[in-house]
Design a protein around this ligand. Structure first.
Ligand code: IPE
Ligand code: IPE
Ligand code: MG
Length: 247
């Protein structure tokens, strides 16, 4: 499948949306949709790697999601712990490196523990990375980065006059990661919901009506194919981009 697509995005990020609607449509409780969504996480993780992607970021829980009914939040945290415990072995077997972005320190202790264990045990794999955005919000990330940057300036590690995007971006949760080339959102919503606002500044966006539990490898391949047909210009003219490609 991957041979058909040229120009594969190195880093794909997905806003996994539509679990609740998937369940409601079938007369099932919302949590059933989340359960199915977890299975799609496994499929998508392997599919992305098969298709030649090097890094996959999945938006799994936003800072705003704490405002959902308590039983749904509790069930989501339980599912997260179950998923991580179940996948630890497969990550090691399949050489998947796990990273996280978000305020991990506010997650339940059990979740933090298995996250620490998994990131530690997989940190030496460098072919393929799965990044889970957990308790993530771009605005909070910006505030956290500004605070860390200010502390570094105060400590004399950074010079205020030398401030630039290149010096600041090392204080984001995504320090050291490539920016997402492609951001996909499932479920038909066409909004960003506080996800990677700075890092996605020049990402390509694809919105698909497919609900997350129904998202397949073929849907991912279709998104990659659409991505490969787009021209990323980064502020240049199309002629300039073509000239640079011919070099
Ligand atoms: C995405 O599905 C999963 C999370 C946000 C945790 P939703 O639960 O948002 O599903 P809808 O949008 O209600 O269908
Ligand atoms: C975005 O989905 C967050 C995640 C996928 C984790 P939401 O369902 O929370 O977003 P809104 O509320 O529809 O904007
Ligand atoms: Mg939603």
């Amino acid at each position: 499948m991957s041979v058909l697509v040229e120009n594969i995005p190195q880093h794909v990020a997905i806003i996994m949306d539509g679990n609740g609607r998937w369940a409601t449509k079938r007369g099932l409780p919302r949590i059933e949709g989340h359960r199915r969504g977890v299975e799609t996480v496994r499929t998508a993780t392997l599919a992305a790697r098969d298709l030649g992607v090097r890094m996959l970021t999945l938006y799994a829980f936003s800072i705003e999601n704490w405002k959902r009914p308590q039983d749904e939040v509790g069930a989501l945290m339980g599912l997260l712990e179950y998923y991580l415990k179940r996948e630890l072995e497969t990550f090691v077997r399949d050489r998947v490196r796990l990273r996280t972005i978000g305020r991990i320190e506010d997650l339940p202790a059990g979740v933090q523990k298995v996250l620490r264990m998994t990131t530690e045990e997989t940190k030496h794999f460098n072919d393929y990375t799965l990044v889970l955005a957990l308790n993530y919000g771009a605005r909070t990330e910006m505030v956290d980065a500004a605070r860390a940057y200010a502390a570094a300036v105060a400590a004399g590690h950074e010079k205020l006059n030398d401030s630039s995007w290149e010096t600041f971006d090392r204080y984001l949760y995504t320090a050291g990661m490539p920016e997402p080339d492609l951001i996909i959102r499932t479920s038909g919503e066409t909004r960003v919901s506080n996800f990677l606002l700075l890092q996605g500044a020049y990402a390509e966006y694809i919105f698909t009506p497919v609900l997350w539990p129904d998202f397949t490898k073929a849907d991912l391949a279709a998104a990659l194919a659409e991505y490969s047909r787009r021209e990323r210009r980064f502020g240049l003219t199309s002629e300039q981009v073509k000239a640079a490609m011919d070099k």
